[in-house]
Design a protein around this ligand. Structure first.
Ligand code: HSE
Length: 405
């Protein structure tokens, strides 16, 4: 029986999950692909840490080049995260004629263009299913299941940490800080959750989803990014009264020959499918011209969901290697129909505004006068109960407005 050797760089939580699946599902995988996948080497800078999987000590090394330079290894699995030296290792592995599997969304979002180009030129592949939505097979679905489609938009909840925080704030009526502390306590937020909370992790994933659906590799700096730290429990409650649920969405939308890419808290109509996606779950809503509107839902993080996606990429590469196939990453050519990336000043949206106003005659008239001066039309106004003497929260929803409020 054919055997394919892989090397894993990064033996953290997901790396251990991959080893677990490859060892425990050996016969299931052999039955399906008639090939044995063997882990030939595992590299990590810390080999003493306790892991929840038993591997032969002889497989372990501190030196990634023992994997990269090993001619017997066909597939390098990069699970160390971060930009450097992960980028250096991937480039070196491609140069040595190896295919690569990675879950490194930050690296691909920032340097994917260069890495995919290098891979294409060398007739090798970089597969990255685990980088968006962990176990949800969203990348394969777009690349393969929806291959004949053109896309109108793709948007979704792609960060579990921030979705957990918003869900807690909504269900427990608690502050952002309390919800975040709770997320950390339960292991749903990292010690430094900046990337998750500020929308940067979502933006990394959006770069990849935009690339797959619209064939455009968007620069991170061209994405409008706003996180969730300014949202209060009151905003969530007021939005609920208006029939909306607040979610942090990553959005890519094409209109004629223009593309809009943005990450920000969004008021979703509460009956929208995405509005009921709670806790650490992820969901991605794809609007396509042939298959229609589809939603992909599941756990967006976690050892086994992410490792399941990594193993699926390894199996795809094993099949390619056996068949002598090279399938370049879809949309390796940019879509020339996109002429412009819209800037925030060109987006047209309805806005939610909360103002803490002095409770006296004429204040509302003054506010609406200022808005009118800037051509902003109000769709609804609600004056809420006083929170302090003399001041009242005023909540407004505008009609479509161009630009950032
Ligand atoms: N930090 C990410 C999240 C994990 O919260 O969704 C998976 O990318």
């Amino acid at each position: 029986m054919k055997k394919i050797n892989i090397g894993i760089i990064g033996f953290g939580n997901i790396g251990a999950g991959v080893a677990k699946i490859i060892n425990s599902r050996k016969s299931l995988l052999v039955d399906k692909i008639e090939t044995e996948i063997l882990i030939k080497k595992i590299c990590d800078k810390d080999l003493t840490r306790k892991r929840d999987v038993a591997v032969d000590k002889n497989l372990l090394t501190n030196d990634a080049y023992e994997i990269i330079n090993d001619p017997g290894i066909d597939i390098v699995v990069e699970l160390m995260g971060g930009i450097n030296p992960a980028k250096e290792f991937i480039l070196a592995a491609l140069k040595k004629g190896k295919h690569v599997v990675t879950a490194n969304k930050a690296l691909l979002a920032e340097h994917g263009n260069e890495l995919f180009r290098e891979a294409n030129e060398r007739g090798k592949n970089i597969y990255f299913e685990a980088s968006v939505g962990a176990g949800i097979p969203i990348i394969k679905s777009i690349k393969e299941g929806l291959v004949a489609n053109k896309f109108n938009s793709i948007f979704g909840i792609v960060n579990g940490t921030s979705n957990y925080v918003l869900t807690q704030m909504s269900k427990e009526n608690c502050s952002f800080n309390n919800a975040l502390s709770d997320a950390k306590l339960k292991g749903f937020a990292e010690k430094d959750p900046t990337f998750d909370i500020q929308g940067i992790d979502s933006a990394h994933k959006l770069v990849l989803l935009t690339y797959l659906t619209f064939g455009k590799f968007v620069n991170l700096k061209d994405i409008f990014i706003e996180g969730i730290s300014q949202i209060s429990a009151a905003d969530i409650a007021y939005a609920k009264d208006l029939g909306y649920t607040i979610k942090l969405l990553a959005i890519a939308k094409k209109e004629v020959d223009e593309l809009e890419v943005r990450v920000h808290p969004t008021l979703l109509p509460s009956e929208h499918l995405l509005a009921s996606v709670d806790g650490v779950f992820n969901a991605i809503y794809v609007s396509s011209d042939l298959a229609g509107d589809l939603m992909f839902y599941g756990p967006g993080a976690g050892q086994l969901p992410a490792a399941s996606a990594v193993v699926s990429d390894i199996v795809d590469l094993v099949q390619d290697i056996k068949a002598g196939l090279f399938r370049p990453t879809l949309n390796s050519k940019e879509d020339s129909s996109i002429k412009n990336l819209r800037k925030i000043e060109e987006f047209e949206n309805k806005y939610y505004i909360r103002i803490t106003a002095v409770d006296k005659p004429g204040v509302l008239a003054k506010i609406s006068g200022i808005l009118a001066k800037f051509g902003i039309s109000i769709a609804s106004v609600n004056q809420k109960k006083k929170v302090k003497s003399h001041v009242v929260p005023v909540v407004m929803v505008t009609h479509e407005v161009k630009g950032e409020l």
